[in-house]
Unconditional design. Sequence first.
Length: 273
Amino acid sequence: MKNQIKSSLKEVPETMLWTLHNRASEAMRKDAIIKDDKCVEIYQSIDYDYEKSFGKAEPSHAVRSLMFDEEIKAFLNEFPEGTIVNLGEGLETQRYRIKEDKAFWISVDLPEAIEIREQFIEPSQRHFHSPLSALDRSWFDLVPEDQPVFITAQGLFMYLHEEEVKAIIQDMLSSFKEGYLMFDAIPHWLSNKTMKGLKKTKDYITPKMPWGINRNEVNQIKKWSSNITGLEEKPYEFPRGTQRWMFKTLLAIPILKYYAPTVVKVKFKNIEE
Ligand SMILES: C[S@@+](CC[C@H](N)C(=O)[O-])C[C@H]1O[C@@H](n2cnc3c(N)ncnc32)[C@H](O)[C@@H]1O
């Protein structure tokens, strides 16, 4: 076994190992829906008992990553020199899955997260790492003014409070000229469970996730900024097994369908510009 890197991540930054566990385990399957050798390499290079903390792997985070990949690819088709900002990127390896050679990528995560990211992923002129909280608006200055921007927040906003989510969305949408913001969100019932201490396994309690929103409330986000010109919401679709049919069934039931996690894409244009 090669020398492995030990993780000292705690609290929310540690959750990047949860998404890594699910994504890499999916990528290692024969019938994988995601191809990501870099993710597998990172997964195998960290000395961490993933199953002990997060349990048996499942494909949700691979499904989520693919939803984001698809939208980023469409954006870069239209704007090959556009900017991608990944908030709370952790050990996500999206830029290795998306083949392009002109875009500018900015990864914004907490200093301890960027530190472990840089053990595996080197920043470059086109792939900038910013060791800051997403809530620290100083990363805004890194975003070029002459290109549209695609901002992602995968597995981040639920760890913030609603006022923080609302304020950062408002500030981003009034600071950048035009583009998209894509994020995932969890329903209130799940947020409430984490606030009481949700045990993922007997050894791991998930960090608190204060921000929840039900699918039928997502449209209200439009009221947060007059620069929002479009909003789409799309729940997860699982590739196989019990999770697939359970989710399909849940999404077919009136009212209950609003209580599923989901992914939101907001289109914006700064009319003040
Ligand atoms: C569930 S992980 C998601 C990682 C990655 N986006 C993925 O999908 O694999 C949550 C990430 O949010 C980061 N994070 C937590 N609070 C943050 C903040 N205030 N600003 C930026 N990143 C933050 C953590 O360090 C971690 O990388």
